[in-house]
Design a protein around this ligand. Structure first.
Ligand SMILES: C[S@@+](CC[C@H](N)C(=O)[O-])C[C@H]1O[C@@H](n2cnc3c(N)ncnc32)[C@H](O)[C@@H]1O
Length: 290
């Protein structure tokens, strides 16, 4: 039974030639910086099969032509991003890093702002998926500021390539999957039940502003408000070194001096940028713009 259904799946996938793979791969790379290795050619065959059938296309060649030359291209790009992005995320993901961040980095940045008499905090969550990361940051900030919170102007600019993820993030309502790294205590503290789901409390949701954005779009990236902290976790793993270098420079330019960049636990700026000063915090690394 298993063998039969897997052979059915194989037959169902639309075959992609080496030339078609390269053309689609290069198109995706030029537009988004996302690099798909040759070894993952099968991913294209499996992931695009349904889309090609829906569009009534018989080959990848026809699909690439649609993306490049058809008037429907702009609309199709939105679906393309749904198909190729990996949106895995959850509330309080990588709690060790977040706890160190809250204690060391956030503590320092808030103290600096108080010293300057500027009760403002800007954070950029780049590659925010369906919103769990920026909302988690809003929760940590509200915890750190406590009763001081109403005196502060906090803005978390959260962006992602996927229009569907941004739409979901704006709803701020989540099911069980989003809470796989969340304690019951955190859930009670920061959410209100809504049917079978949970909604982020409005006073927290208010701190976050969502926008669909491609990190490969220089002009859009330059419009992000200057930040004291940039979070870009589990995003640059999908890029090649040229794109990693480009976004590292964009984060550096966006950060105010004394600001910090935080990446995912498996990501590093090693061989990518020497502009930042690495700062070890328990369980993680932060990159400081001096
Ligand atoms: C694995 S998720 C990470 C979500 C969150 N930062 C976390 O660590 O839980 C990666 C996200 O990066 C986004 N992404 C990939 N390439 C992008 C690009 N060029 N511009 C903006 N977002 C991008 C994807 O759409 C996806 O939602």
């Amino acid at each position: 039974m298993t063998l039969f259904s897997s052979s059915m799946t194989l037959r169902a996938a639309t075959p992609i030639s080496d030339a078609e793979f390269k053309e689609l791969r290069d198109f995706i790379y030029q537009r988004s910086g996302i690099w798909v290795d040759e070894k993952r050619k099968y991913l294209f065959e499996n992931r695009f099969h349904k889309r090609l059938a829906t569009l009534g296309l018989k080959s990848f060649d026809e699909y690439v032509k649609l993306l490049k030359f058809d008037p429907r291209s702009a609309e199709e790009m939105k679906t393309l991003w749904e198909i190729i992005t990996t949106n895995e995320t959850s509330f309080f993901r990588d709690i060790k890093q977040l706890e160190s961040f809250q204690k060391v980095i956030l503590g320092e940045v808030l103290a600096e702002q108080r010293k300057k008499g500027k009760l403002e905090l800007n954070i950029w969550s780049a590659g925010c998926s369906s919103g769990e990361e920026p909302y988690t940051l809003a929760m940590l900030i509200s915890e750190s500021l406590g009763l001081e919170l109403p005196k502060w102007k906090v803005l978390i600019s959260a962006v992602d390539l996927s229009p569907a993820m941004i739409a979901k993030a704006k709803e701020a309502t989540y099911g069980d999957y989003a809470f796989k790294t969340t304690t019951e205590e955190q859930k009670k503290k920061f959410f209100v039940p809504e049917g079978a789901n949970f909604k982020v409390k409005p006073e927290l949701a208010r701190m976050v502003s969502f926008q669909q954005m491609n990190l490969n779009d220089d002009a859009a990236v330059r419009r992000v408000p200057k930040s004291q902290i940039v979070f870009c976790r589990n995003v640059i793993i999908y890029f090649d070194d040229a794109m990693r270098t480009k976004v590292a420079r964009a984060f550096y330019d966006n950060l105010l001096s004394g600001g910090y960049l935080l990446l995912g636990h498996s990501e590093t700026l090693h061989k990518i940028s020497t502009a930042f000063r690495p700062k070890f915090i328990p369980g993680a690394m932060a990159y400081r713009k001096d």
